[in-house]
Design a protein around this ligand. Structure first.
Ligand code: NDP
Length: 330
């Protein structure tokens, strides 16, 4: 079994030296457990937070422990009543070739309905994040303007499409012309703004002539500040992520437009997809249905290179090297 273990807590961007990657014996499932051979590992921006010290929404990965990750594969041996050899499964299995599971945070998936990587992407945790964050916290109404950052990514790409399905105007913020074209031409967003072009505020104003009712926040920093300045009265901001700050070694800059929260009576609310654990079936039903109807396009950016490529591929998320849900094939 090839396993990525955390060796030390990184400062700034994680590097290969922060992990120990080694061959170990394949674990054997005990009573009530099953063995999964993992084919795809999900790369998630949150991974940088999971290996940081300090208080968060989950305990950090311990030094010496396998790196936490969502992954998908097939059951190879089972002593568990609900999982059978040959079942396709996805869930929290770690960055490793084989994992033993008791079935906690692991579910059976249907490879006939969608390829395996999609079950750790749009039909998995990132899809559920878009669904609950937008609908429960963003509360979009038909005709609203919904802006989402990291718009071409795993979560953002779905947020804009779900907003469109709800009768909203969807505007994406993404880095570079290729991603902006993808968001409009392939995903059907109404407009996209390239924050790297250097005039985000003016471009946002042009793309949102009626202001912004919902801002689905994925990145934080300067983009958050600029969008704040264009929010409408009683606007909602689901705070899903702040990727621009995950590798920061300096304190963040002050937010110039913070007063917009008061003046416009904004609702700014953070959330974690796990908050909605008891309603996962509802999200899965809606995501599966829209996907089958062609109203939710999903794209996986699958990288080769196996377990050893993990640290380098992970960093693509923080430099914008991915287009769509970033997945490592083992
Ligand atoms: P993506 O597929 O969107 O990949 C990350 C993207 O973020 C990059 O492609 C890049 O796009 C953008 N990005 C990276 N650095 C910066 C930066 N400094 N400034 C602006 N944009 C940047 O990842 P996910 O869809 O998996 O995650 C998106 C967000 O959702 C993250 O913040 C993540 O932490 C959060 N999240 C939160 C969850 C929750 O439960 N609250 C669950 C899952 C995800 P570009 O090239 O356009 O800059």
């Amino acid at each position: 079994n090839r396993v990525v273990r955390l060796k030390r807590r990184p400062v700034g961007m994680a590097s290969r030296d922060d992990f120990e990657i080694a061959d170990e014996p394949v674990p054997q499932p005990g009573e009530g457990e099953f063995l999964v051979r993992i084919d795809y590992v999900s790369l998630d921006p949150a991974m940088r937070g999971w290996i940081s010290p300090g208080r968060s929404y989950v305990p950090p990965v311990e030094i010496g422990a396998p790196m936490r990750a969502f992954a998908a594969g097939y059951v190879e041996a089972s002593n568990h009543p609900d999982f059978t050899v040959g079942d396709a499964v996805a869930g929290l299995l770690g960055v490793q070739r084989y994992a033993v599971s008791k079935g906690t945070r692991v579910a059976k998936v249907d490879p006939a309905q969608a390829p395996l990587p999609r079950w750790i992407g749009g039909l998995g945790m990132p899809g559920q994040t878009a669904y609950f964050g937008l609908l429960e916290i963003g509360r979009p109404k038909p005709g609203d303007t919904v802006v989402v950052s990291a718009a071409s990514g795993a979560v953002g790409s779905l947020v804009g499409q779900i907003a469109r399905n709800m009768g909203c105007r969807a505007v994406g913020i993404a880095g570079g012309p290729q991603k902006c074209r993808y968001v409009v031409e392939e995903l059907g967003f109404d407009a996209a703004v390239d924050y790297k072009a250097g005039h985000l505020d003016a471009d946002l104003a042009a793309a949102c002539p009626d202001g912004i009712d919902v801002y689905f926040e994925n990145v934080g920093g300067e983009i958050f500040d600029t969008v704040l300045g264009r929010m409408n009265l009683f606007g909602r901001i689901p705070v899903c992520g702040m990727i621009s700050m995950y590798n920061a070694t300096e304190p963040p800059a002050p937010i110039r437009n913070i007063r917009s929260i008061l003046v416009n009576r904004l609702t700014v609310r953070g959330f974690i997809v796990f908050d909605f654990q008891d309603r996962i079936a509802e999200a899965n039903e809606a995501l599966g249905r829209w996907h089958a109807e062609g109203r939710l396009k999903m794209r996986e950016d699958v990288r080769q290179g196996g377990i050893d490529a993990f640290p380098d591929v992970l960093n693509e998320l923080y430099t914008g090297g991915n287009l769509g849900k970033l997945v490592l094939a083992l």
